[in-house]
Design a protein. Structure first.
Length: 114
C-alpha cells in the first residue's frame, strides 16, 4: 500500500525540524485539533507540550498551568476557547523563533538560514 504523499511529507518535515520548529508544529496540531473538535488528539498534543517543558525557565510553570487548563476545556468540548488561548502563544513562539533565526544569521552563525 502506498503512503499518502501529504503524510509522507509531514513525517519528513517533522524528522528534519529543529526542537523549536517542533514546538511550532505541536501548536499547529493543537489548533488544528480545535478546529476539528478532536478532543482526544488535542489532549495528546497538550500532553506532549507539557512533557516538552523545560523547568529551568520560569515561564514553564505558567505554561504548564495553561496547558492543564486547556486539557480541562477540551474535556468540556470548549474547543474555541482552547484555540483562542493557544493561537497567540503560537504566534509569540513563532515570532521568537524567527527572531532567533535572524539573530543567528546576522551574527554569521551556522544556525537557521532565513
Amino acid at each position: 500500500m502506498m503512503e499518502n504523499p501529504q503524510i509522507k511529507y509531514q513525517r519528513q518535515a517533522i524528522k528534519n525540524a529543529s526542537p523549536t520548529e517542533l514546538i511550532s508544529k505541536l501548536y499547529d496540531f493543537a489548533i488544528q485539533a480545535c478546529y476539528q473538535e478532536d478532543g482526544e488528539r488535542l489532549n495528546r498534543v497538550l500532553e506532549t507540550l507539557i512533557q516538552s517543558l523545560n523547568y529551568d525557565y520560569e515561564i514553564a510553570g505558567e505554561l504548564y498551568g495553561l496547558y492543564e487548563y486547556c486539557q480541562r476545556l477540551a474535556r468540556q468540548k470548549e474547543f474555541d476557547e482552547v484555540r483562542e488561548l493557544l493561537e497567540p502563544i503560537r504566534e509569540a513562539w513563532e515570532e521568537s523563533v524567527v527572531k532567533d533565526k535572524q539573530e543567528t544569521v546576522n551574527q554569521g552563525g551556522r544556525g537557521f538560514v532565513v
